[in-house]
Design a protein around this ligand. Structure first.
Ligand SMILES: Nc1ncnc2c1ncn2[C@@H]1O[C@H](COP(=O)(O)OP(=O)(O)OP(=O)(O)O)[C@@H](O)[C@H]1O
Ligand SMILES: [Mg+2]
Length: 324
């Protein structure tokens, strides 16, 4: 007998020390994470961080070098067939059949899942409309990259999986299409599905996620809600200062040491500092006051005040800008 309460308290995904090494490339190097039922979890990391490799192991396409992971309690090493029925996967690279129409692509996928034709047609119509894909009778060959991407999302969801993996679903989408996709993803989550989003788009991760794991060089380097990550590693607000000359920086850095409301700072090239501030505008005004003599001496080329972002979190954790 299946114990219902056990399933309800079970994590949708649990990953323990999972590794995938391709000879000397440690694509995923000991990842550990948990995804709760019904949440939107993002794996955020720069190009080459290991996101796709990790998702390919979780979706049973790749065999891990070592480690363990479960999907709804089922081991990825032992229960591949059962897992495949539970999950929907929208891969990073589009997989559409150019010689079929948009509608035929989704119906064809539905048939691979043994969904009766009438039902498949109905569901396909609904999905294509929700994803803003007009021209369902057009050949997929004639679709733009962004339309193919959304078509791929539709194909991955036609069998109504409860655990959905989306690998960079908004890559190549224009702002309007991205908005439609975000609304669609939120709607899927609202219906109780668990969504795992692989993305290098920090604004997207910030806007959609319940929890985020940040991955870099195959390792998970931070985990939390977007708000907690920013509070812990980013600072409430950020001040960016650009100097006229590189050697002016040291003088200001000495001054920063004594300001209790400055939590940390990082160099940004030779001429700039990115400073994390605990607190809001009142502290910014205090800071400006502190900088008055430097401003009057004309040492400062530019000074900006803005809310902390996940970009700052990444910079503070790794010392690198996300897009380095
Ligand atoms: N089949 C493979 N053989 C050898 N190396 C691989 C293979 N697949 C991935 N890698 C390497 O593993 C690392 C992680 O790649 P992966 O595609 O998982 O990163 P990613 O985070 O998805 O990047 P992106 O944001 O560019 O999609 C990279 O260094 C990549 O070159
Ligand atoms: Mg990838």
């Amino acid at each position: 007998m299946v114990n219902l309460s056990e399933i309800q308290t079970q994590y949708a995904i649990e990953v323990k020390n999972l590794k995938k090494h391709f000879k000397d490339v440690k694509a995923v190097d000991g990842a550990t994470l948990k995804v709760q039922q019904g949440e939107l979890f993002s794996l955020l990391g720069p190009n080459g961080a290991g996101k796709t490799t990790l998702v390919r192991m979780l979706t049973t396409v790749l065999t891990p070098t070592s480690g363990e992971a479960t999907i709804n309690g089922l081991s990825i090493n032992k229960k591949k067939k059962d897992i495949v029925k539970l999950i929907g996967v929208c891969p990073q690279e589009n997989v559409v059949y150019d010689q079929l129409t948009a509608e035929e692509n989704v119906i064809f996928t539905a048939q691979m899942h043994s969904i009766p034709l009438d039902e498949a047609k109905k569901k396909t119509g609904v999905l294509l409309e929700k994803l803003g894909i007009g021209g369902k009778d057009r050949w997929a060959k004639k679709f733009s990259g962004g339309m193919k991407k959304r078509l791929n999302v539709a194909m991955s969801l036609i069998h109504e999986p409860s655990i959905i993996f989306l690998d960079e679903p908004s890559a190549g989408l224009d702002p309007q299409a991205r908005r439609i996709l975000w609304d669609f993803i939120k709607d899927m989550k609202g219906k109780g599905n668990t969504i795992i989003l692989m993305t290098h788009d920090m604004i997207e991760a910030d806007a959609l996620s319940d929890h985020i794991s940040i991955i870099d060089n195959g390792k998970i380097i931070a985990y939390g809600t977007p708000k907690d990550l920013k509070a812990k590693y980013g600072g409430d607000n950020i001040i960016e200062i650009v100097f006229k000359k590189a050697d002016q920086k040291q003088e200001i850095k000495n001054r920063l040491e004594n300001l209790s409301y400055i939590s940390s700072w990082k160099e940004n090239g030779d001429f700039a500092l990115i400073i994390s501030l605990n607190g809001g505008i009142t502290y910014y005004l205090k800071f400006l006051n502190e900088m008055q003599e430097f401003l009057q001496d004309g040492m400062i080329e530019d000074l900006k005040f803005r809310p902390g972002s996940l970009e700052d979190v990444f910079l503070n954790l790794t010392g690198r800008r996300f897009r380095d």
